[in-house]
Design a protein around this ligand. Structure first.
Ligand code: ZN
Length: 536
C-alpha cells in the first residue's frame, strides 16, 4: 500500500467548512496527518499547487450493480472523482436470489436495462455477489443496498397482492439475513412493479428491521409529479412509524403542472425533520429523467411479470385501456415529443435510439401511445427512455439545499465499449457538472458546500464511518481536481464523453486516476456494514 504526501493543496475536507491550504499524508491506505505543512521525508510527494484536495466522492444513488462486471473500473465515474458507489437503488438490485424465481428477477433487471454478466445471476445472496466482485477486482468501492423488488420477487414473484403473514415473515428474515451480511439498507422503487404492489404497511414492517440495524431506507417514492407531496408523506410516515433513517431518492417535481413544487417538497422534508424524522434526499443535476419506457405503463398491467405485460399489450381486451393510460402518463411527463428513446436491444429498431416518441409515431404513421406499445412489444419491454420533464428552477432550488446529497442515478460506463448507445449523460457528468456548471459558472453553491453534498453529508446518511472526510484516521479515498477546469462534457446528443479536470484519485490509498488517466489499479472493495445487532 502506497505512502505519499499531497503538498500545497487547497484542502476541502468534506465538512462544509472553509477551505485551507495544507498538506495531507497517507500511509497504509489511511490519512495520517493533515496540516499546513508536513515534512515528508522518504515519501512520494504530489505537488498540488492550484488543485483542490477533497474526500473521494460518494455516489449515493448508483445503478452500477451489474455493469460493474463489464466495467470493473467504472471509468465514467472514476474520472469524475467518484471512489464509492451505493448500489441496489430504486428497488432494483442483484440479491437476494431465490433459485425458483431467478428467471423473474432476471426479467426484472433486464427491463431496467441492467446488463447481466455472461453467466447470469450466479449467486443467491450478498456475500456470494460480493465475493465474485472482489475476485474480479474493482476500481472503486461499492456499498450495496438490498433491493425491495428483488426481495419481493424472491418471496412473491411478480404477483400483484399483499404478502400473507408467513410471506411477510420470510421477507423480513431475508432482509435481516442481507443486513447481517453487511448490506447498508433497503431501497424501494414504488412506481416500479413489483415494488408498486406493496402497501405502506409492508414497508413499515420491513423498515422496522432496518431501524434495528441502524440501516438506511432509501426510496424512489410512489409519485414524483402530481402525487409528489402524498408520496413524500408516505416516506415520512414510514420513518415515523419505524424509526428508520429515510433517504428520498432523486428528489424532483416532474411534469409542467408541478414545476415550482421543488421548494414545497424541501419544506415538507424540513418540517418532518423538525418533528423528529431523520429524512433527507439526493438529486442528479439535470432537467431530464431517465428510466425504462415501461414506466409509462400502469402498474396493473405488470402483474405477473414481463410475459403477462406483453400479453396485455397485445390483447384486444386491454389495449384500449392501456392506450388511454399510457397517453395520460406520457402527457404527465411532458408529452411524446419530450420523451426520447435511449437504449434499445434489437438491431431492427436500433435507428430509433435518439428519436422522440412523436417522431417514431410519425415514422410509423400511428398515434404516439400506439407507437409506445408497439415498441415495447417488439423489444419485449426492454427499452430505455429519457424524459425531459423537469424545470431548471426546481433543479436549482433542490440543489441549493444542504440536506440533499449528490447521486448520479447512473452507472459506470466506458466510452470505447458503450459508444453508439444512447444514454443519459448523468453517468458521465454528474459530479463534474456540480463543480463546473453549478458551482464555478453559476455560483449556486460554494465549492465547500458542493463537496460536502458529495462526501461528508453522504457518508453521514449512509453511516459510512471512516470515509467522506479528510481527517487523520480516515480511509484515504481522495480526489485532486482543478477547480478552474473541472467540467462535464457528456450531453444528451453525445453522452459518451468523460468529464475533465480530475487529476488524481485514490481509492483505499491506491491511485486509480493519475494525471487524468485511469491507472487500471483495482483497490476497490465491496464495503459491508459492521457492528449490527441481531434479528430475533
Ligand atoms: Zn429511481
Amino acid at each position: 500500500m502506497s505512502s505519499f504526501l499531497i503538498r500545497g493543496a487547497r484542502v476541502i475536507d468534506g465538512s462544509n467548512r472553509e477551505p485551507f491550504r495544507g498538506d495531507i499524508a497517507v500511509d497504509n491506505g489511511m490519512i495520517t496527518e493533515v496540516s499546513p505543512s508536513i515534512k515528508g521525508r522518504g515519501k512520494t510527494v504530489i505537488e498540488a499547487d492550484g488543485l483542490v484536495a477533497a474526500p473521494g466522492f460518494i455516489d449515493i444513488h448508483s445503478h452500477t450493480d451489474l455493469t460493474i462486471f463489464k466495467h470493473p473500473l467504472a471509468e465514467s465515474k472514476a474520472l469524475q472523482g467518484v471512489t464509492t458507489e451505493v448500489v441496489g437503488n430504486c428497488g432494483i438490485g442483484a440479491f437476494p436470489v431465490n433459485d425458483d424465481r431467478r428467471a423473474a428477477l432476471t426479467d426484472y433487471l433486464k427491463m431496467h436495462e441492467f446488463h447481466l454478466p455472461s453467466d447470469g445471476l450466479s449467486w443467491n445472496h450478498l456475500t456470494q455477489y460480493a465475493d465474485q466482485l472482489d475476485r474480479i477486482g474493482l476500481g472503486l468501492n461499492l456499498a450495496p443496498l438490498v433491493a425491495h423488488g428483488a426481495l419481493r420477487i424472491a418471496v412473491l414473484g411478480a404477483e400483484d397482492r399483499i404478502p400473507s403473514d408467513q410471506e411477510l415473515e420470510k421477507m423480513k428474515a431475508l432482509l435481516a439475513d442481507s443486513l447481517e451480511q453487511g448490506a447498508w439498507g433497503l431501497s424501494t422503487g414504488l412506481i416500479y412493479p413489483p415494488g408498486s404492489f406493496a402497501k405502506t404497511e409492508e414497508l413499515v414492517d420491513l423498515a422496522k428491521i432496518l431501524a434495528r440495524y441502524e440501516a438506511l431506507y432509501t426510496s424512489h417514492i410512489r409519485g414524483e409529479g402530481a402525487t409528489l407531496i402524498e408520496a413524500l408523506d408516505e416516506a415520512i410516515a414510514i420513518g415515523k412509524k419505524s424509526g428508520v433513517r429515510v433517504e428520498v431518492s432523486h428528489l424532483k417535481a416532474m411534469g409542467k403542472d408541478n414545476w415550482g413544487r421543488g421548494k414545497e417538497a424541501l419544506s415538507k422534508l424540513e418540517k418532518a425533520r423538525q418533528s423528529g424524522v431523520d429524512i433527507a434526499a439526493d438529486q442528479y443535476p439535470y432537467e431530464a429523467t431517465s428510466t425504462s419506457l415501461t414506466a409509462l405503463v400502469p402498474s396493473w398491467a405488470h402483474a405477473g411479470g414481463i410475459s403477462e405485460l406483453l400479453k396485455r399489450l397485445a390483447s384486444p381486451e386491454t389495449t384500449e385501456r392501456l392506450q388511454t393510460e399510457i397517453l395520460r402518463e406520457m402527457n404527465h411527463r411532458g408529452g411524446p415529443s419530450r420523451i426520447v428513446i435511449a437504449e434499445i436491444g434489437s438491431a431492427k429498431n436500433f435507428e430509433l435510439s435518439g428519436k422522440n416518441v412523436s417522431q417514431i409515431a410519425e415514422l410509423w404513421n400511428c398515434a404516439p401511445e400506439i407507437a409506445v406499445m408497439r415498441l415495447l412489444l417488439e423489444e419485449k419491454a426492454v427499452v430505455g427512455a429519457v424524459y425531459f420533464s423537469l424545470s431548471d428552477e426546481d433543479v436549482d432550488a433542490i440543489l441549493s439545499s444542504d440536506q440533499v446529497s449528490v447521486g448520479s442515478d447512473g452507472m459506470g460506463m466506458k466510452t470505447e465499449e458503450d459508444l453508439g448507445k444512447s444514454t443519459h449523460p448523468r453517468s458521465y457528468g454528474t459530479f463534474a457538472r456540480i463543480l463546473g456548471f453549478y458551482t464555478r459558472e453559476r455560483g449556486i453553491l460554494s465549492v465547500a458546500k458542493a463537496i460536502y453534498k458529495m462526501t461528508g453529508l453522504t457518508a453521514g446518511r449512509m453511516d459510512l464511518r471512516n470515509r467522506g472526510f479528510i481527517e487523520p484516521g480516515f480511509t484515504a479515498d481522495l480526489v485532486l481536481f482543478d477547480p478552474l477546469t473541472i467540467q462535464d462534457r457528456s450531453t444528451f446528443d453525445h453522452p459518451h464523453q468523460y468529464a475533465t479536470g480530475v487529476v488524481h484519485t485514490w481509492v483505499n490509498g491506491c491511485p486509480t486516476v493519475q494525471e487524468g488517466r485511469i491507472t487500471g489499479n483495482t483497490p476497490g472493495r465491496v464495503l459491508r456494514k459492521r457492528g449490527v445487532s441481531s434479528y430475533s
